[in-house]
Design a protein. Structure first.
Length: 580
């Protein structure tokens, strides 16, 4: 469709750098000419920043060097001027203690890069878990037109003709390796076959969860989130992003018109229906708050209760992976199944509404993308718990754990640190039963530090040898979106700041009642009060640098782990005037 041009070249943000007949603009023009460009190439044209999170150690984004060329091709075809800039590459595989420690750094970098440079609009290139929320959070606050380009999932893993899911099958076969059921040769074969191409995890892990959320929110081209990274359709989508962002600049289609209370709710509903990662909670809350939308855990739980899980994709599903999901119709087909539950009037980066974007969407395999009448699980992916162990909330993924743990009571086995837990868990003489509740604390936003993905506590070797593969586990940590099992996560407030989890002792009875959304330690209130009086705050983990800044300003899990001075209520609100 033909879209009306609303801006004049003199109204472009970049015109403030290049148009005036003064000394500073002379310098700006001369420096671009120094780079080999003629004024005809950049004057009176939208200047588009391509913020690329490619790096040589980020396997999820290893194709982005080439995709940036496709984006430039699209920008140039649409009459724009493309400038590629590197952005922090917060990869999940190699960054210690966790890339979550640096999500807010990426968000700050993106916001400041946009404010400081003459960008009229930006294409955000990301995909690995924390890059999506980090890029989007920064761009929402900066307020210029933006479009998100998802990295796309890698190909299915394969070993001896069996499809492997990255992350999920690694956990599964590691338990078999620890039990002595897999020899070194088979282990090496699995290692070489589980990740076979560029792209993010091909399970519905955190990466595909967050790109689906961004897609459902209207910030990507429709259905872009599920295109496999090495499919030629991904190249075409990248060029389409370049063409579309130029039009968005002329239309002044800014993120505040797209990210609204209704679009955030749409994204949450879609997340529940996909079998999303538990990490969706902390990231979606943070993204929403940047846009001034107060998304609560209670709202997420309400949507989880009423939204069936219809994407039959591992780890919540059984047989299929993201490649299957895409060829079954992808996110547009899934959203079409949810049409009656969504606000179809929400605007998207296409300039059209969600409803218009869903026209013609079809499901090509109704075992992969189920109808509402035949869900994988009758409720959504996540549930939010409250109780005296988690007064500010905790999350669990009911569909990904053994139903017998939905109501469970047992004695706690408490670990104060990951090294302590790791040493004990492989001790075959560890006194543990299947009824025990494993607890890892001091692993939250401040305690980790950075909220690491330690929440899928390994099953003790002694129990693995007896044939057990699941048990109730509780932590103030996160877990990978590719993980599974009866894991209660994001316990808030975290133990490190004196949350109730800090007061739990080995041998205390713990009760989970999922239908009632309760998690409690069965300890007398007077005893809890006594323990609280005796609790002593740990020493700060950082004395300088980013870690010091993080520890001074990060919020708890229930409010998104953003920095207090960057959230909508505390700092610059999205849409405020550009001061530069």
């Amino acid at each position: 469709m033909t879209r009306p041009v609303r801006k004049q070249p003199s109204q472009l943000r970049s015109a403030r750098w290049f148009a005036p007949d003064d000394l500073r603009s002379f310098g700006h023009r001369s420096r671009l000419m120094q780079l080999g460009y003629s004024p005809e190439e950049f004057m009176d044209r939208p200047l588009i920043g391509i913020l690329n999170t490619w790096s040589e150690i980020n396997s999820c984004h290893s194709h982005f060097r080439e995709r940036a060329k496709d984006v430039k091709r699209g920008i140039q075809m649409a009459g724009g001027f493309a400038v590629e800039m590197p952005s922090l590459s917060v990869d999940e595989s190699f960054t210690k203690p966790t890339s979550m420690l640096y999500r807010n750094m990426l968000a700050m970098e993106v916001e400041e890069m946009i404010r400081a440079h003459p960008f009229d609009g930006v294409v955000l290139m990301g995909g690995c878990d924390k890059t999506t929320p980090g890029l989007v959070m920064g761009a929402i606050t900066a307020g210029v037109p933006m479009i998100y380009l998802p990295a796309g999932p890698m190909l299915r893993g394969n070993y001896r003709g069996q499809h492997l899911g990255s992350g999920s099958d690694a956990w599964k076969y590691w338990d078999e390796r620890r039990a002595g059921n897999i020899d070194e040769k088979e282990w090496e074969g699995l290692q070489g076959g589980i990740a076979r191409s560029a792209g993010v995890c091909m399970t519905m892990g955190t990466a595909s969860t967050m790109t689906a959320i961004t897609d459902a929110m209207g910030l990507t081209l429709p259905g872009a989130s599920s295109i496999p990274a090495v499919d030629s359709g991904h190249q075409r989508m990248s060029a389409d992003c370049g063409r579309r962002i130029v039009a968005m600049v002329w239309e002044d289609l800014t993120p505040d018109r797209i990210v609204t209370e209704a679009s955030v709710r749409n994204a949450a509903i879609v997340a529940m229906a996909t079998g999303c990662s538990t990490n969706a909670v902390v990231h979606l809350v943070a993204m929403a708050r940047r846009a001034g939308v107060e998304l609560s855990l209670d709202t997420l739980d309400e949507l989880g209760r009423e939204t069936p899980l219809i994407a039959n994709v591992r780890p919540s599903g059984t047989d299929y992976l993201m490649e299957d999901f895409h060829y079954a119709g992808g996110l547009r087909a899934l959203m079409a199944q949810l049409r009656e539950r969504l606000d179809l009037s929400c605007l998207t980066v296409t300039g059209q509404t969600i409803g218009e974007n869903l026209e013609g969407a079809k499901v090509w395999n109704d075992d992969v993308i189920r109808p509402l009448s035949n869900p994988v699980y009758k409720e959504g992916s996540l549930a939010v718990l409250r109780g005296n162990l988690c007064p500010d909330g905790a999350v669990i993924k009911p569909a990904a754990c053994d139903p017998k743990y939905h109501v469970h009571e047992g004695p706690a086995l408490v670990f104060d640190s990951y090294p302590e837990m790791k040493a004990a868990i492989d001790d075959e003489n560890l006194e543990v039963t299947p009824d025990h509740v494993l607890v890892l604390r001091n692993a939250g936003p401040l305690g980790g530090p950075g909220f690491p993905e330690w929440g899928m506590l390994p099953i003790p070797r002694a129990l693995i040898r007896q044939g057990y593969r699941d048990m109730l586990r509780i932590s103030d940590a996160r877990m990978s979106g590719t993980s599974y099992g009866a894991c209660v996560l994001h316990v808030a407030p975290e133990a490190y700041v004196g949350g109730p989890l800090a007061l739990l002792e080995t041998g205390d009875r713990v009760r989970l009642d999922l239908p009632s959304r309760r998690l409690d330690m069965l300890v007398d209130e007077a005893e809890i009060t006594r323990r609280r009086r005796e609790w002593k705050a740990p020493k700060p983990r950082f004395e300088r640098g980013w870690g010091w800044m993080f520890s001074k300003h990060v919020t708890q899990a229930d409010t998104g782990c953003d920095f207090d001075f960057l959230q909508h209520d505390f700092g610059r609100a999205a849409g405020e005037p550009d001061i530069f």
